[in-house]
Design a protein around this ligand. Structure first.
Ligand SMILES: [Zn+2]
Length: 353
């Protein structure tokens, strides 16, 4: 997993360094143009999980782990150098960050494409529903369950079998936008999903999380799916270890109060049970792309190659099919014992594969 909270110190002629700093508009990077910044400033940025780019820091010990970059006008063969005459300054900086395995986020010019709330007509989940719950791209009916306001299907990027999404039928940007009675229905659907995973994979260890897109989806990366979806993945990873590992401060809330968090983007994780939800909606916090997916892979599946978490490049269509087949086989095998509500909400999909 790439590192956040890095310190980049740029050296060279003052006007050149300042012109380079102007170009470094990355989501996970804070830029300082003062001659020297204090340790407190660096710590504050690190608290928000971001990296620092600056000219110098006051404390010598911080420099021990810093990445030094030399800024020159013309070609200069140094390990970490940016040549201003070559153009593409942000790209040169991103290359250095990649080389050092640092995550500085997308460049703001590339990522903040959504200037208005994304329309239903551009939404892949709404299109999927309009197509009769058939995924045109992979030619597959992958829905397993449908209730009044939600449907459930394996995710694209199914690197863990049994990894499901709970998606509201309504085109909302987060579950915080749903009315209370629909959120109460969500908890019932979640209970049913956990039952199906227990039945199929004999596991009650599931991680549940949602990346809510606040503010009507505005400001999200151009190619994000902003239609609300909650992830449910069999995993030994839990909310406590995510808190410890990420150093993100989470607030404890009840699902009933989720509507108070519709304004900003958030990361919501279920803790021990349905009474225990943990949220961080701090707009200054840098949350890397597909962050919890990255953590799952990092913690549980270290034998798999890095970058497998990226569903756009690794859809795992075979595992989507296997998950559907295995859950449906388990339901059929135990059909007489399956609660009536689950029978009701799954039977229309059981013979559609
Ligand atoms: Zn939609």
């Amino acid at each position: 997993m790439k590192k956040t909270r890095n310190l980049f110190i740029l050296r060279g002629k003052e006007d050149l360094v300042l012109s380079v700093l102007d170009e470094l508009l990355f989501k996970g990077l804070s830029v300082f143009k003062e001659k020297q910044i204090s340790t407190e400033i660096v710590k504050e940025v690190f608290r928000n999980n971001k990296s620092v780019a600056c000219r110098d820091v006051a404390e010598e010990s911080l420099k021990e782990t810093a990445i030094f970059i030399t800024v020159t006008e013309h070609n200069f063969s140094c390990a970490n150098s940016i040549q201003t005459s070559a153009g593409n300054i942000a790209e040169q900086f991103a290359c250095i960050a990649t080389k050092h395995h640092c995550d500085i986020g997308d460049h703001k010019a590339n990522s903040s494409g959504l200037g208005e709330a994304p329309k239903r007509s551009d939404c892949p989940y709404c299109r999927y529903m309009d197509d009769g719950y058939c995924d045109r791209d992979i030619g597959l009916h992958r829905t397993l369950y449908r209730s009044k306001n939600f449907f459930v299907m394996p995710t694209i990027g199914e690197f863990i079998k049994g990894y499901l999404l709970i998606i509201p039928k309504q085109h909302v940007m987060s579950n915080a936008e749903l009315p209370l009675e629909v959120r109460q229905e969500f908890l019932t659907v979640l209970e049913d999903v956990c039952y199906m995973l227990q039945l199929t994979y004999c596991t009650s260890n599931v991680l549940v999380w949602e990346n809510g897109s606040g503010n009507g989806g505005i400001g999200k990366a151009k190619n994000s799916i902003v239609h609300s979806h909650t992830h449910v993945a069999p995993s030994r990873l839990d909310a406590d270890s995510i808190e410890t590992f990420s150093h993100f401060p989470f607030e404890r809330i009840s699902y009933e109060d989720l509507h108070l968090y519709g304004k900003n983007s958030y990361l919501l994780i279920r803790g021990e049970n349905d009474e225990d939800w943990r949220i961080n909606d701090n707009p200054n916090l840098y949350i890397p792309r597909q962050y919890v997916r990255q953590l799952l892979l990092y913690k549980d599946y270290t034998f798999l190659p890095d970058e497998i978490w990226d569903w756009r490049h690794h859809p795992f269509v075979d595992k989507i099919k296997e998950t559907c087949e295995e859950i449906q086989a388990a339901l059929l095998k135990h059909w007489d014992d399956v609660p009536q509500r689950i029978q009701q909400n799954t039977k229309e999909f059981l013979f559609k594969m």
